[in-house]
Structures are given as C-alpha cells and as structure tokens.
Design a protein around this ligand. Structure first.
Ligand SMILES: *Cc1c(COP(=O)(O)O)cnc(C)c1O
Length: 390
C-alpha cells in the first residue's frame, strides 16, 4: 500500500482510518458519544491538557470527525482542517478568525450570497469595514487595500459567472504586507485547484457540494496550517460550536470514496456540454472557465486542472416566460439551487428575488446549469429539445 499521504487513492480509501482500533472494520465507525470517560483522575487531567486533539467532549473532538479532518487536510495539502455544520459556518469561522473591530476586508465581487451578507453587513455590526473589488484584474484588489486591511477574500472562480483571480499575484502581494488570504474553493473541489500550493493561507469549502456529493448533507470545511487551525478551534469552533454530527461526518467520508470519479465525470461532461451549447443558434453566450472563448482561459488553464461541473448560459429568449418555458421543458435537469450532487440541475436567474443584490447583477435570460453524473449525451438531447421550444 502506498503510504504517501498525498497519494489521492490512499487519502480517499485509507488515510486516518485506524482499523486496528475498531475490529478491522472496513467502514469507519460512527462514534455517537457526546463525551468520553477516563480510567483515572490523572488520565482525565492529562487528556484535558489537549482537549482539542483527543476524545474528551465531542464539540471539541469526535473520532469519526477526526478521520474526515485528516482526509480534508491531505486533500488540500495543508497541515490540519476543521469540519463545520455548513459551508457558511466554515466561511464565517474562517473570516472571524482573522478580523477584529476596526479592521478592513477586501472581497472579490459577486462572492457566494451569504458570504456577501457576512462581509458587507454582518461584520459591520462589529466595526469591520469592507470593499468589494473586481478581481479579474488584480490591480483592483491592490487598489482597494488600505492600511487597516487584514484580509483578502477570494472565490476563484465564483459559482455563477466564473470570473477568476490571478491567485499567485494576489497571495504574493498579501504575504509581503502581512495580509491573510482566504479562498472559497468549492467550485474546483480539492482536485481541480490546489490553493495552498498557490500560497493561499486558508481554504474553505461548502462540503455540501462536491466533497459530500450526494445532496444529502449540509457541511463545510476549513483547511490551513496547524497554527491557524488550533487558534480557530480554541476560538470560533469551540465558542460558536457549529460542529458537524458524527452521522453526517460518516456520510462525508463515504462521499469522498468516489470524489475523483464524480469530479472527473461532472467536469468532463460540463466541458462537453459547454462546447455544444456555445455553437447552438439559440444561445447568446456560455460562461465557463475552460472555454477558449473565455477571456480568462489562459489563467484558468494555468491555475486549474479542469473546469468544474457548473456553467451559465444566456439564451436568445424574448421574454421571461420564454425562459420559464425552456426550464419547464427540461426533463433531466431538476429546477433547484445548490449543486455538486449526482443529479443535474437548472437554476433560472428569473426565479430569484429581483431585490437581492445578486440577481440585480445578473441577466434575466441566464440560467446556471449543474452537470451531474448522468450520461452527457442524454443531457445534450434534453437541452436540445428544450431549446427548440424557444
Ligand atoms: C453552497 C455554497 C456555499 C455555502 O455552503 P452551505 O454548505 O450551503 O452553507 C458557499 N460557497 C459556495 C461557492 C457555494 O456554492
């Protein structure tokens, strides 16, 4: 067996699974205990010294969750990781671990909607100010930095219009100035982009998406250095307490078994479908990082291994009702939000609340497609018949 912790097959199938400790069971046990007991007072005293690294109380350490933490850290090529009850909980903990009252944050434009709320309005309650900058040109990020900027928050690419940031240019700039960088790497999954190798300090994911991959768990992860994770654990993780339960952690471990198969299938089908859509006469524009027509194609090819399973399409529709007709005619794409599961989805922009800042920045004739694990030929024929209805 290859024991290299960076070998993908080893990470997904074996890393962190100490089978000697549980009857050589192939599948990891779900340890539902909220607390753990000791043989003596002295043992308790010793364990309490390292409450966050050994079984003591499940909010701090749970053995099933611990297996998952080791796998996530290895996948993101970082020293340690934490798992949270949702992607948003992970993002909030990561951001709050960096900022304090009086600080300033620079965030890329059009991040995930609740990240936008966190940085633009929630943090303002605590005296943290922010600037949102168009990250397609890194100079805009640099120009937004002030004397009190402590954090640059990235999402490359974002999950609706797929603008990228030149990650290395930004992290080099930030490291020189002692500014921390966080990236939401959900779109790429740990497989299609490795931000720690591009010197990003903290990597976050909505594990609800590719990491779990079966549309049956909401979860989030943070991966970083031992130092940052220990501090986050002793502060945000323990005090806010938005931990994942052992059942859900087990489902994530199971989901990870097929991460490589799922991400590669979803990615290659999405590339094929994006190229097919681009030449269709009823299509105005396809937004996808690794299409040659993308002005950031070269950067995408440099930073990412391949495009992910999400793409957006603007249709040559005359009205919102034509967009509705297109979506309602699709038979294989479920009309839904979220993504990263086995099933293909369509998210119509015209269904979003017109008042939200997000939808006001996006055209009504756009839909976001998530390409799942189905036969791509079947998905193409479905799109073909729905486009004929326009
Ligand atoms: C879904 C999503 C989130 C939020 O994650 P939850 O697990 O829903 O809390 C954050 N970022 C991106 C890019 C997402 O797609």
């Amino acid at each position: 067996m290859n024991n290299d912790t960076h070998d993908l097959s080893y990470i997904l199938n074996h890393l962190g699974e100490d089978r000697e400790n549980y009857y050589q069971a192939v599948s990891a046990p779900i340890i539902l205990s909220s607390n753990f007991c000791f043989r003596s007072v002295n043992e308790m005293r010793t364990k309490l010294e390292n409450e966050l690294e050994t079984p003591f109380y499940t909010r701090g350490y749970n053995p099933t969750v611990a297996i998952l933490r080791k796998k996530i850290a290895a996948l993101e090529k970082t020293e340690d990781a934490l798992v949270f009850a949702s992607g948003s909980a992970a993002i909030a903990a990561a951001v709050m671990s960096v900022v304090k009252g009086g600080d300033h944050v620079v965030c890329v434009q059009k991040p995930y909607s609740w990240t936008n709320t966190l940085i633009s309005s929630y943090l303002a309650k605590y005296g943290v100010t922010s600037t949102f900058a168009d990250g397609t040109n890194e100079q805009n990020i640099f120009d937004a930095v002030r004397d009190n900027t402590v954090l640059v928050y990235l999402e490359s690419p974002n999950s609706l219009t797929f603008e990228l940031q030149n990650i290395t240019a930004i992290t080099n700039y930030c490291r020189q100035r002692g500014i921390t960088t966080i990236i939401d790497n959900s779109y790429c999954s740990p497989l299609n982009q490795s931000p720690s190798e591009l010197r990003v300090d903290i990597v976050v994911h909505s594990a609800t998406k590719y990491i779990n991959g079966h549309s049956d768990v909401v979860a989030g992860v943070v991966a970083s250095t031992k130092e940052r994770i220990s501090k986050m654990m002793a502060e945000e993780y323990m005090t806010i307490g938005s931990i994942i339960g052992a059942h859900d952690a087990w489902l994530l471990i199971r989901g990870l078994r097929t991460l490589e198969l799922r991400v590669n299938r979803s990615s290659s089908s999405a590339q094929q479908i994006a190229e097919w859509l681009e030449q269709h006469p009823k299509v105005e524009q396809v937004l996808y990082p690794t299409l040659k027509s993308n002005p950031q194609y070269d950067l995408a090819m440099k930073q990412m291994k391949q495009g992910g399973g999400l793409l957006s399409v603007k249709l040559k529709a005359k009205s919102v009702s034509e967009m509705e007709k297109f979506c309602d005619s699709l038979k294989c794409f479920l009309i839904a939000t979220s993504w990263g599961g086995h099933e293909s989805l369509v998210l119509p922009i015209c269904a979003l609340k017109a008042s939200t800042s997000l939808s006001s920045q996006l055209p009504w004739n756009m839909v976001r497609l998530y390409i799942g694990l189905e036969d791509p030929e079947m998905l193409v024929s479905d799109l073909k018949q729905a486009l004929q209805k326009l």
